[in-house]
Design a protein around this ligand. Structure first.
Ligand code: SAH
Ligand code: MG
Length: 212
């Protein structure tokens, strides 16, 4: 059985998630890229928020709100999600989906370059318990540094698409995105400020804890 079949087998065990299906349909209808986090990792995001008891969650890259809903599902009464998105029209669709899912009052979208929003969040003295990095791959190393800087002790940092559909493994691939991802993966594995694990299923996921 290859990886793809193992993933399909496990996906098929779950009943259809009507809300997330609506989100996928909304994304397709809007002509947005269909690159939401995989369903298996979406469920893991919910669990990680829940288990960690994270109250302040930061997402980098909102797209249509799929991962936003997964993160928000794990939040308790006092939890909040801040979501950074380059494109105003994407953030608007994400916001609509979050409202439909019942999380409209839980999310704060910040439009524009994530690096600018991160600078602004630091000015506001914002701190977070869990980060989900899922935007432009070239900036992953910078996003990791920002996450460590804005982390409460013991915060979790999660990075999606660490395999880039296999590009990360193939050294003849030398684009900015893939080089950024290799540097990010190396930092996740070796940075002394972190403890971590990496999941090679789907498109790859990194999970790190900022030592407290
Ligand atoms: N996390 C989403 C998928 C995100 S796709 C989900 O799983 O549901 C990547 C998103 O990052 C896109 O919406 C893209 O517009 C956004 N993005 C790309 N470059 C960015 C940047 N420099 N700053 C902020 N957002 C960016
Ligand atoms: Mg992704």
């Amino acid at each position: 059985m290859n990886e793809q079949n193992a993933e399909q087998y496990m996906e098929a065990l779950y009943p259809e998630d009507d809300m997330l299906t609506l989100v996928q349909q909304g994304i397709a209808r809007a002509g947005m890229p269909q690159i939401s986090v995989s369903p298996g990792y979406g469920r893991l995001l919910t669990l990680l928020v829940q288990i960690s008891g994270a109250r302040q969650v930061l997402e980098i890259g909102a797209l249509g709100g799929y991962s936003g809903i997964c993160l928000a599902r794990g939040l308790g009464e006092q939890g909040k999600l801040t979501s950074l998105e380059l494109k105003a029209e994407f953030a608007e669709i994400a916001r609509q989906h979050m409202i439909e899912a019942g999380f409209g009052d839980k999310v704060d979208y910040r439009i524009g370059e994530a690096l600018d929003s991160l600078t602004q969040l630091e000015r506001e003295a914002a701190r977070f318990d869990l980060f989900f990095i899922d935007a432009d791959k070239a900036n992953y190393p910078a996003y990791l540094e920002w996450a460590i800087r804005l982390a409460n002790p013991g915060a979790l940092v999660i990075g999606d698409n660490t395999l880039m559909r296999g590009k990360t493994l193939h050294h003849e691939m030398q684009g900015q995105g893939v080089r950024g991802m290799r540097a990010f993966n190396q930092a996740i594995a070796t940075d002394p400020r972190l403890e971590s694990a990496m999941l090679p299923a789907y498109d790859g996921l990194a999970i790190a804890r900022v030592k407290g």
